[in-house]
Design a protein around this ligand. Structure first.
Ligand code: TA6
Length: 281
């Protein structure tokens, strides 16, 4: 049986000095350091005792995005609130990877009642000198078809949100949660943040650029993840989160790749694979 150590954190170390840390709780990436700089944001008020999803890093959203009236699971599903099994570390001379697994038999009775499917998730985090790849596979081990949403809820650390922009979203339709779910079409080459932003851009191309300030940029190359969410809580929503400091909205932006606008259908016995590679340019 693979190790299952509650509250444990796995550290990946690359010969270049790059490191990553992943909590077994939610298989949440909670740190990614490249060139001695932390690239992910984790709130200083994040709860790390397993009683709440970690506020920051890369929470893994599955099997629902948001809430669904007909599926009484907590917001964003159970994957980020569950202890995953540690499957081990693989290294070669250029990359170091770790794998985690979550199966239906690790869920609570309530979770199984809310989402009664036999499944197996395997999540692989791979570190190289200047990239972090996070790939999820979903195996339908049931006799029936299942449907799911999934999303990598990545919190990028930035020095000042005023100097941040996201490129690659121009011309895409988005649903705007801030305006109550209206849809619109993005017309900016660079999406900037000057207030609360909570948008699901649909069917977006796979290559995005996040300018994080000081002439530094990251790229996101997504695979099989159709949509991209851009989120910053700004002042009022920041005040409303107990696990987020009132002023931390200045220091983060969420650019989240996922398949959330539509359900992903998975036939019995089928496997789905999707994820992202984030690169420091
Ligand atoms: O990804 C954006 C979003 O869906 C926002 O609407 C906001 O709710 C955010 O996720 C954080 O959700 P959480 O459940 O982690 O507080």
């Amino acid at each position: 049986m693979p190790a299952h150590e509650a509250n444990k954190v796995v550290t990946l170390e690359h010969p270049s000095g790059a490191t990553a840390k992943i909590s077994l709780f939610g298989a949440t990436v909670i740190s990614w350091i490249v060139k001695d700089t932390e690239r992910l944001f984790v709130s200083k008020k994040a709860i790390l005792d397993g009683t709440k999803a970690i506020r920051g890093g890369i929470p893994l959203v599955f099997p629902i995005f948001g809430t669904k009236s007909h599926i009484p699971l907590p917001q964003h599903g159970f994957a980020r609130n569950s202890y995953w099994d540690y499957l081990g570390i693989l290294t070669d001379n250029d990359e170091v990877a770790v794998r985690f697994a979550l199966k239906d038999n690790q869920l609570t009775k309530e979770q199984r009642q809310s989402w009664p499917h036999s499944f197996r998730l395997v999540y692989t985090v791979t570190l190289t000198a200047n990239t972090l790849k996070t790939i999820l596979t979903v195996k339908n081990e049931d006799s029936d078809t299942l449907e799911f949403n999934t999303l990598l809820h990545t919190y990028f650390r930035v020095k000042d949100i005023a100097n941040v922009s996201v490129e690659g979203l121009n011309s895409y339709t988005f649903t705007d949660k801030v305006t109550g779910g209206t849809t619109d079409v993005e017309n900016r080459d660079k999406v900037t943040i000057a207030g609360e932003v909570d948008r699901v851009y649909q069917d977006v191309k796979d290559h995005l650029i996040v300018n994080v300030g000081d002439q530094e940029k990251l790229t996101i190359d997504k695979t099989t993840m159709k949509d991209t969410v851009v989120w910053n809580p700004w002042i009022e929503k920041a005040k409303g989160m107990g696990d987020f400091d009132d002023n931390e909205y200045h220091e983060m932006i969420c650019v989240e790749v996922g398949s959330v606008a539509k359900w992903v259908r998975l036939e019995s016995g089928q496997t789905w694979t999707g994820g992202q590679t984030i690169s420091i340019v």
